[in-house]
Design a protein around this ligand. Structure first.
Ligand SMILES: Nc1nc2c(c(=O)[nH]1)N[C@H]1C(S)=C(S)[C@@H](COP(=O)(O)O)O[C@H]1N2
Ligand SMILES: [Mo]
Length: 196
């Protein structure tokens, strides 16, 4: 059985250096997969922004969009054209007062996983909170009931089981970033590890 395939010519410019196309959609999780009911799920915001708590219903009341996005894991697999439904980050941020001094966010997840982004890398129209994958409720192993997807950076930035966004005036490194991964993680520049 073949698990990886070489990208065809039309795909080549969409597959970053050192990456291969995965068959299927692999699951990559550090630690256990939490089982969280939609009704229990909440997203908190704090730091240099309003301290708020968004429920499932609060998120579904925001504009819903379909997204097609490429997904690049630093362990060298990529998956193109993943189909999701969710809420664009700028639509979410429009419901929140963020202080002008905020320049970074630290994303927090159930199970204590964290990952960092600059506010600029976070607040992009192609980034989204995802609750649906290929028309089905986002499975728990892929981060359901709600995850973030940040297509332009390596997928460790796409926080599964997201439950908090901390707004900061400086960079605060997340779990993998403290353990040797690059602070930003741009796949076409192969920003895999710190110090590169
Ligand atoms: N909470 C949490 N989010 C996470 C991870 C994790 O271990 N915990 N792994 C990251 C990594 S390294 C990748 S490649 C993607 C994998 O997402 P998938 O399992 O849906 O393919 O989730 C990212 N988000
Ligand atoms: Mo990954």
């Amino acid at each position: 059985m073949k698990y990886f395939e070489k990208p065809g010519p039309e795909m080549r410019d969409r597959v970053p250096p050192g990456q291969h196309l995965a068959k299927g959609f692999p699951v990559l999780t550090y630690g256990d997969t939490p089982q969280i009911a939609r009704g229990e799920w909440q997203l908190k915001t704090w730091g240099l922004a309003d301290s708020k708590r968004y429920t499932w219903d609060d998120m579904l009341a925001l504009p819903q969009q379909d997204f097609t996005a490429d997904f690049h894991c630093v362990t060298t697999w990529s998956k193109l054209d993943v189909k999701w439904t969710g809420i664009a980050v700028p639509d979410f941020l429009a419901t929140l007062q963020v202080e002008p001094t905020a320049t970074h966010v630290l994303l927090h997840c159930f199970g204590d996983y964290t990952t960092n982004l600059t506010l600029e890398d976070f607040n992009r129209p192609e980034n989204f909170f995802a609750h649906t994958l290929y028309g089905e409720p986002l499975p728990a192993d892929h981060g359901g009931p709600m995850r973030l997807v940040v297509p332009h950076l390596y997928a460790w930035k796409s926080a599964k089981w997201l439950n908090g966004i901390e707004f900061l005036a400086e960079e605060s490194l997340g779990f993998w970033e403290r353990n040797g991964y690059h602070r930003r993680g741009e796949p076409f520049a192969e920003e895999r590890y710190a110090g590169r």
